[in-house]
Design a protein around this ligand. Structure first.
Ligand code: ARG
Length: 468
């Protein structure tokens, strides 16, 4: 048995049953192996519940105080490693209740007044996820920061920009890195939006229909920092949209990390050689002594599978369920825990990789932008400015490129006389336009790669990230 859960007998619901659960079924049914992770949230939720029971005069001041002390004692036991749930506890909710009763005697039995495990587990999971979302947001922010730092120091570093993974037009490396800052910002906005729907309190919906006990749902919600309460008790205990949405938002985070990973893997290859991997984030081969492998981005790319799979699993788990609570919901936890851990680990690993795991090879990047036809569009644009219709200009440059390839030349190698043979409107000033620096500098349209535009973007991101 894993997670330090041991055998033993006690059942929160056992009185109605005459025979014991089959041991294999008992294990099959239990969630204690993994929902023990919710211990702090379960205790937080219970303490808020106890305060509310006290303020609504359902239990006395004295009782509430003793229960709260008992719950805090259980929290400490868990921190010290002496809280020992048993298999028969079934889940974290029963495990805590059993321990409370062991500590307080019959008083411990008052804790569950006016609530059910159905609203309780929903509350715990939302509290847990809300905390994790805030941590994920900080990790995304850290990643944006390091991308921005790298971008700031590479405004004038040029690299080939690609479409179809074919060299297209030169760009500023800062511009490329800022594209990821944008993507991560969308991820941050998305997860903040998900957080709004995580932050609704189901507590007090009880099993499904509410309770006849005069509870005060708003009080518990407020104490636990929820924005609002569910208006419909059936919806409250059977809504897992927030988990699905969180997994979808996480999947997109992984997509973005994976695209960046893929670029890093390509760039680190001998064929590209745009970056060198440092020793702190790469590993060697057991057989080939010359190798340095990009394991970190490969793992990030590979871990997308489990996060997408978790999303699919949740959607499938929810889709056929009648209202209200169904035990199927127990399957949500491992999926969410795994997604959270994976996304957090990948964000951290990517941040470290960018911080210290790779170095851009400036000479190689420079060589790359100097030795291709990625300035061909600029010749066409030049002709357009001289009054040639774009489609004609496009044809002319196509012929120039074909000829150059035949003669093993680049555009910059052609003399003015050679240019004039293709079109007499071409003057000496064209040659200045064709350097990669000029080509990049000329793309001044909004959002373009021109240095003045990218510098502007850098300063806007600087201000923006400083304020959040
Ligand atoms: N372990 C259960 C879960 O994760 C807690 C709720 C159980 N409720 C019930 N009616 N059996 O969903």
């Amino acid at each position: 048995m894993s997670s330090g859960v041991t055998g033993g007998s006690s059942k929160g619901w056992s009185d109605r049953f005459e025979k014991k659960l089959h041991p294999i079924i008992e294990k099959f049914n239990a969630s204690i192996f993994f929902d023990v992770q919710l211990i702090h949230e379960d205790i937080d939720g219970s303490i808020a519940h106890v305060h509310m029971l006290r303020d609504s005069q359902i239990i006395s001041q004295q009782e509430a105080h003793q229960i709260e002390v008992g719950l805090e004692k259980i929290r400490n036991e868990s921190l010290e490693g002496t809280f020992n749930p048993i298999l028969a506890d079934e889940d974290i909710h029963f495990a805590i209740e059993r321990r409370l009763i062991a500590l307080l005697g019959p008083l411990g039995k008052k804790l569950h007044t006016g609530r059910s495990r159905n609203d309780q587990v929903g509350t715990d999971l939302r509290l847990w996820l809300r905390r994790r979302i805030d941590e994920i947001d900080i990790k995304m922010y850290n990643l944006q920061q390091i991308l921005l730092v790298k971008a700031e120091s590479n405004l004038y570093t040029l690299m080939p920009g690609y479409t179809h993974l074919q060299r297209a037009q030169p760009i500023s490396l800062a511009h490329h890195l800022l594209a990821y800052v944008e993507m991560i910002q969308r991820d941050r906005d998305r997860i903040k939006d998900v957080r709004k729907r995580v932050n609704i309190c189901p507590l007090g919906a009880a099993a499904l229909a509410g309770t006849a006990i005069p509870i005060n749902r708003k009080q518990t919600a407020l104490e636990l920092g929820f924005e609002s309460i569910y208006s419909n008790s059936l919806d409250a205990v059977s809504d897992r949209d927030f988990a699905v949405e969180f997994s979808a938002a996480s999947s997109l985070i992984m997509v973005h990390l994976s695209r960046l990973s893929e670029e890093i893997i390509l760039w680190a290859s001998e064929e590209f050689s745009f970056i060198r991997l440092t020793d702190s984030c790469s590993t060697g081969s057991s057989l080939m002594p010359q190798k340095k492998n990009p394991d970190v981005p490969e793992l990030i790319r590979g871990k997308c599978g489990r996060v997408f799979g978790n999303l699919q699993g949740l959607l499938t788990m929810v889709k056929g369920l009648p209202l209200a609570y169904n035990k199927d919901f127990q399957e949500d936890k491992e999926s969410i825990f795994d997604t959270v851990r994976t996304v957090q680990d990948c964000l951290e690993a990517m941040t470290i990789l960018l911080e210290e795991g790779l170095e851009f090879s400036l000479s190689r990047l420079n060589e790359a932008v100097e030795s291709d036809f990625s300035n061909a569009t600029d010749v066409a644009d030049y002709l357009v400015q001289k009054g040639v219709p774009f489609r004609d200009a496009y044809q002319i440059v196509g012929q120039v490129v074909t000829n150059c390839i035949k003669d093993d030349l680049l555009l910059k190698d052609l003399s003015l006389e050679q240019w004039k043979k293709f079109n007499p409107l071409i003057e000496k000033d064209l040659l200045d336009h064709l350097t990669p620096y000029e080509v990049v500098a000329s793309r001044t349209s909004e959002g373009g790669t021109a240095f003045i535009r990218v510098r502007d973007q850098l300063s806007q991101w600087n201000t923006r990230l400083r304020s959040n």
